[in-house]
Design a protein around this ligand. Structure first.
Ligand SMILES: C[S@@+](CC[C@H](N)C(=O)[O-])C[C@H]1O[C@@H](n2cnc3c(N)ncnc32)[C@H](O)[C@@H]1O
Length: 470
């Protein structure tokens, strides 16, 4: 977009904010951060104290299904907060200049780097990462086709979308859905005192949130940063207020936070990657992979494996996959459920029989046998990534395959950018696995040292004191 257009839209938005009753501190401004590929952002033009109000927005200016021009009959038809906000946004977009939110809608993006918009070829840059299975494009297409298109067609006067084909409508739904994923807030009635997680950002649509979703103008102009988070949205009865949570110096950017999201998910939902979320990187270890290794290494026969998994299922601890985190992760590197799984699978027959009789689960502490099994699983998982020399080394822009985008300069720039972001995600996940394998080796060395110290005593699943991973 030309600078003039970009700045004009920002100016119209700022005037619109004033008209809609938003009060904005003179210490901040909306900045053009396109040279840092960060679109617009909010920047301090003066020093700001901690707990100082940056802006407050009346609830009436928040774009929600309830506030929008949507017919009440329509809102009654859709309970899901994400779907109803998609409909509300389409309704307002279709109103054009007649929409109460026109100048706000005008600054929202038309193009995205979120994974929903990556081509098959680009998604191959992420080979190995479980994130490619979390995009949910097919599920979204089915929901849009089965639920939203009939509603839009049924309420033609509200949506004024008769000139749009179903395919065009689907693309509009995806655009709105992507905007909501990256911009919308879960609207609390009032800010609760801190109790666990409360980052103000909307949760994954599949996370079961029942709070209504809303597009909060200006609050969503803040970019996010895990380390530099210095502002937070507070919910009051009739307005929402953005305040600083630490002092901010003149010239610094105001940042919200997305919570502890791995970079793969930041990329999936928000379309960018930054080192500051690297500490939250994880690698999913699918149960199927554990099963494969158990059979390959003849740890158990297939029927015995199934019987133990059935038992874990009965105990309510079975899962399809487990996220391994970084060694420094506060909540632990290897999830307890995964430890319980490998412990159960490496118990000798009589040990498992006793456990089952007592209807108990093993302690979440890795014995030598289970650490060995886990090491093998992690190493097999490592092999599912393209070796860095092939995938990541060739990320040098000159060499990598453009997948047919070579002719179009915009396409080339986009493919390069996506390639670069994917390489960060993949390198991060390979790093997580490297740390986990190293932890297993350290643990095994510890077991060996202990065994030697105990003067040649044989080590078994029960032998030696078990060690808890961090
Ligand atoms: C809530 S919006 C923030 C405003 C946005 N920059 C704009 O111009 O509309 C979230 C989007 O901003 C971008 N973003 C947020 N934080 C960022 C950061 N730290 N670096 C780069 N882009 C960021 C991503 O494109 C993300 O999807």
């Amino acid at each position: 977009m030309a600078d003039g257009d970009f700045n004009d839209k920002t100016t119209s938005f700022v005037i619109w904010l004033q008209r809609s009753g938003t009060s904005v501190s003179e210490k901040i401004t909306i900045a053009d951060l396109r040279q840092h590929t960060a679109g617009r952002g909010v920047v301090a033009v003066d020093n700001i104290d901690e707990d100082e109000e940056l802006f407050s927005i009346p609830r009436s200016a928040i774009l929600t299904a309830e506030n929008s021009s949507l017919d009440v009959e329509v809102t009654k038809q859709v309970e899901d907060p994400w779907l109803s906000l998609i409909l509300a946004m389409i309704c307002e977009y279709q109103l054009g200049q007649a929409s109460k939110w026109h100048q706000y809608l005008d600054i929202l993006p038309h193009e995205f780097d979120t994974l929903m918009y990556w081509s098959e070829h680009e998604l191959k840059f992420l080979n190995g990462s479980a994130v490619v299975n979390k995009i949910g494009k097919e599920t979204a297409n089915t929901t849009f086709t089965d639920t939203l298109i009939p509603i839009v067609r049924q309420h033609a006067a509200t949506f004024k979308a008769d000139d749009l084909s179903d395919v065009e409508l689907l693309s509009v739904f995806h655009r709105m859905g992507s905007i909501i994923m990256a911009y919308a807030f879960d609207l609390e009635s009032t800010t609760q005192p801190p109790q666990g997680e409360d980052d103000g950002w909307e949760e994954d649509s599949d996370a079961g949130s029942v709070l209504p979703k809303g597009m909060v103008p200006l609050a969503d102009m803040l970019n996010a940063d895990a380390d530099r988070n210095n502002a937070k949205l507070f919910y009051e009865d009739d307005k929402v207020v953005m305040k600083t949570i630490k002092t901010v110096k003149k010239g610094e950017e105001l940042f919200n936070d997305y919570g502890p999201l791995p970079r793969a998910d930041v990329l999936r939902r928000y379309g960018y990657v930054t080192e500051n979320y690297a500490k939250y990187d994880v690698v999913e270890i699918p149960l199927e992979l554990v099963k494969e290794v158990v059979v390959e290494q003849s740890v158990l026969s297939k029927p015995e494996l199934e019987s133990r998994l059935e038992y874990l299922e009965e105990q309510g601890v079975a899962d399809d996959g487990y996220d391994v985190a970084r060694e420094a992760n506060e909540d632990g590197q290897i999830p307890e459920e995964l430890i319980v799984l490998v412990e159960t699978l490496t118990l000798p027959q009589d040990g498992f029989a006793k456990l089952k009789k007592k209807e108990k689960l093993p302690e979440p502490e890795l014995s030598k046998n289970s650490a060995q099994l886990l090491e093998q699983v992690l190493m097999k998982r490592q092999r599912q990534y393209n070796p860095p020399s092939k995938q990541v080394g060739s990320l040098s822009i000159t060499e990598f395959d453009m997948g047919g985008a070579d002719e179009d300069p915009v396409g080339v720039a986009r493919a390069r950018r996506r390639h670069e972001m994917a390489s960060q995600v993949i390198m991060g996940e390979i790093g997580v696995l490297g740390e986990a394998v190293a932890s297993m080796r350290k643990l095994l060395e510890g077991h060996d040292t202990k065994r030697k110290a105990e003067n040649g005593e044989t080590s078994s699943a029960q032998g030696g004191k078990r060690q808890r991973t961090k």
